[in-house]
Design a protein around this ligand. Structure first.
Ligand code: A3P
Length: 325
């Protein structure tokens, strides 16, 4: 097992990988081939060493800024619909991030592992990670637990990430260096960003889905926007709790869609004053996870050369794989 102190420091790594002097790497570590925000590294290492997956677990494995918060809200309300009524539902007051734990965050200290069990005493346990497949604890890789991923157009993921990073800069200042947008663009393009390249992330889970058909549900942010009920119905089936005919008649899928829509969740977030976990510690507010909630906002930010460069990378990386993101 690698020790965090033995992982190349960002400065050493900088000599090795970045010929572009303008990419600042303070606050990042490259661990097992993937760039991580330094503060998550102990959580990743602890999870790899100690986390024990159960075959019944459902892990939401998402790349940052691709719809994690929305997916968490949907999965939580689907899984708990028999015991939680829609009036007075926890999501009216609680962030989806408080409802489903982030594995690498809960494992930042040792109590985290046992806390995961306490938080998840119902089966199936619902968990979330941003780790790429290659970094997952061995017990997740080898168990048959189900995985759900969500991706979106990398151009929109980049813009969303850029705004989110600015909020982090705003709240914790020194941890990251403020960079111009053009530099951030290169960081995203080269995968020198928390949890690495979006393309490698998607391919890792895609390859696993080819090895173990049926193990991973791939959702797309744009499709969820276009047909929320249809997609959340797919999610419920995959999670092993499909809607009954009676529930469909009563409009339960529509109720869940409405409970988790952008306006409802962001209105609720605006009333909460502290984000959970690391986000709360660095001063991020729950509303930081909500911005526009649309597809295609990249058109307002990217030059046509930048858009082309990203599209070209998407094509090159995914060509012949069967994966579309
Ligand atoms: P934008 O920045 O493009 O608006 P994550 O949860 O993975 O951090 O992703 C955040 C992105 O999802 C943000 O995208 C945010 O606005 C959007 N989002 C959050 N909740 C949403 C919802 N219920 N419906 C649609 N988009 C949502």
């Amino acid at each position: 097992m690698e020790n965090p102190n033995e992982v190349l420091s960002a400065a050493e790594e900088h000599q090795l990988i970045s010929s572009d002097e303008s990419i600042p790497l303070n606050g990042f570590r490259k661990y097992q081939g993937v760039w991580l925000a330094e503060f998550f590294l102990p959580g990743v290492i602890n999870a790899q060493r100690d986390f024990k997956a159960r075959p019944t677990d459902i892990l939401l494995a998402t790349y940052p800024k691709c719809g994690t918060t929305w997916l968490k809200a949907l999965a939580f309300s689907i899984a708990t619909r028999a015991r939680l009524s829609f009036t007075g539902h926890p999501l009216h007051d609680l962030s989806p991030h408080a409802c489903i734990p982030l594995l690498e965050e809960e494992c930042l200290n040792f109590d985290g592992i046992s806390k995961l069990d306490v938080m998840n005493n119902e089966e199936p346990r619902l968990l979330q990670t941003h780790m790429p497949f290659s970094l997952l604890p061995e017990s997740i890789k080898t168990s048959n637990c189900r995985l759900v991923s969500i991706y979106r157009d990398p151009k929109d993921a980049l813009i969303s990430f850029w705004y989110f990073r600015n909020k982090i800069w705003g709240s914790c200042g020194g941890t990251y260096t403020v960079v111009p947008f053009a530099v951030f663009f290169e960081m995203f393009y080269q995968g020198i960003i928390g949890f690495g390249s979006i393309w490698e992330h998607a391919l890792g889970y895609w390859n696993e889905s080819l090895r173990a058909p049926g193990r991973i549900l791939f959702l797309k942010y744009e499709e969820l926007l276009e047909a929320p009920v249809e997609n959340l119905t797919k999610l419920a089936e995959f999670m092993g709790c499909p809607f009954t005919v009676e529930e469909v008649k009563r409009g339960v899928p529509e109720e869940i869609s409405s409970l988790c829509n952008f306006n409802k969740l962001s209105d609720a977030a605006a009333k909460q004053d502290r984000a959970t976990g690391v986000a709360g510690t660095i001063g991020l507010k729950p509303e930081a996870y909500f911005r526009k909630g649309v597809a295609g906002d990249w058109k307002n930010h990217l030059s046509s050369e930048m858009a082309q460069k990203l599209d070209q990378m998407t094509e090159e990386k995914l060509q012949g794989t069967g994966l579309v993101i």
